[in-house]
Ligand binder design. Structure first.
Ligand code: SF4
Length: 376
């Protein structure tokens, strides 16, 4: 029992004014109840100002002006932090980019990869993605999962170890995406039926004889709609790096049928992985990283099957951004570009609740319902 952190945790240092994608911009920042109470109690000019930075309505957020947080200085720093009033920063800002979850007496801390520094650390350390014991200062948990069931907790950790071992085996990324899908689907039905000890469920291949593993876990009939419709969410701006991505994507894939796009994507993935094996390592490392976070945070909600399906969307979009770069003749060893792509996909997709909701809905309608015959 204790605190575990992601293996590169202690290397993190905020880029502050040098940050190309500061966390003060482009987010909807909720103001938690405790911070809100502090705003209500704060007197004088500061109190007046803080109250004015809150949105109307029940669920308070920090107001944004042209996408910038109301507390951001013109140098791109947080005014409250500069004044030494960190207690007035919403909890999420105090903790970001850490993702800290406490379950029982345990706490696990990883990073959101929507921060350029953590995306860099992930890419620089992708051969060593694991959780390690941590003895440093206390890390404030962002989520506390109060209900503790020792057996369920142990099961989740055992399942996670099994999945991580499988990811770290010599299985390729297309095999992993497919077999883990069948595994989580089976796990989910056993959880629902409460019929067997879930940690005993084996990970087994489920590929029909003649079918090969494909990089297209989802057909481009779905991926195309995610890129061209869901990703935009009405807030696509010309400064947004994903605007360039969607434009380039459309130039390459826009004239193809879904079947042609699937074949093209599979061929290109094969080609770039053969030429740049490091990209294959990146996809596997991302899946491992996502697994660490996803299984720990699904402890209370048993939603791993659906969360896994979302993870495969993020992974395929990372692969698609590499295919687009490759076709456009970009330098695939360019670390800065890799950071930017990963960072933007994470920020835009995983951490934008309305986009996540759109994609979940799409997966329900266009994947789960069709493949499984039911609505989640
Ligand atoms: S995004 Fe990361 S590096 Fe940039 S200001 Fe925020 S915490 Fe610091």
């Amino acid at each position: 029992m204790g605190t575990r952190v992601i293996s590169f945790y202690e290397q993190f240092e905020c880029l502050a004014t040098k940050c190309p994608n500061t966390c003060c911009r482009g987010w909807r920042i909720s103001i938690d109840n405790e911070t809100r109470e502090r705003y209500e109690k704060e007197e004088g000019a500061e109190g007046f100002r803080l109250k004015a930075t809150m949105t109307f309505g029940e669920d308070k957020e920090v107001r944004r002006f042209f996408g910038r947080c109301a507390n951001e200085t013109k140098e791109g720093l947080c005014r409250l932090q500069l004044k030494g009033r960190e207690e007035l920063m919403p909890e999420i800002c105090r903790i970001y980019p850490r993702r800290s979850i406490r379950i029982g007496d345990d706490e696990e801390v990883t990073f959101e990869l929507s921060c350029p520094m953590t995306a860099r650390l992930f890419l620089e350390n992708m051969s060593d993605i694991r959780m390690v014991d941590y003895e440093g200062d206390e890390i404030v948990p962002l989520w506390i999962q109060h209900k503790f069931n020792e057996k369920h907790y142990d099961d989740i950790l055992a399942i996670r170890d099994k999945v991580i071992d499988y990811i770290n085996s010599d299985a390729g990324i297309s095999e992993l995406m497919s077999n883990l899908y069948y595994y989580y689907r089976k796990l989910h039905s056993h959880v629902m039926a409460q019929d067997i000890d879930i940690k005993t469920v084996p990970i087994m291949g489920h590929v029909p004889d003649k079918e090969e593993y494909k990089y297209t876990f989802y057909s481009f009939a779905i991926i195309d709609r995610i890129i061209m419709n869901d990703l935009k969410d009405g807030r696509f701006s010309f400064q947004d790096a994903l605007y360039d991505f969607s434009k380039s994507y459309n130039k390459i894939f826009g004239k193809m049928t879904a079947a042609q796009a699937d074949d093209f994507f599979n061929d290109k993935c094969e080609e770039i992985i053969n030429k740049y094996p490091k990209l294959h390592d990146k996809y596997k490392a991302y899946l491992a990283y996502y697994t660490y976070q996803m299984l720990y945070s699904s402890y209370e909600y048993v939603t791993f099957y659906k969360e896994y399906l979302l993870g495969n969307v993020y992974l395929m979009l990372i692969m698609t951004s590499d295919v687009v770069d490759f076709v456009n003749g970009k330098d695939m060893d360019d670390m800065e570009r890799q950071i930017k792509n990963l960072n933007n996909i994470e920020k835009r997709l995983r951490h934008n609740l309305s986009i996540k909701k759109n994609i979940s809905h799409r997966l329900e309608e266009e994947f789960i319902k069709i493949k499984e015959g039911y609505k989640f």
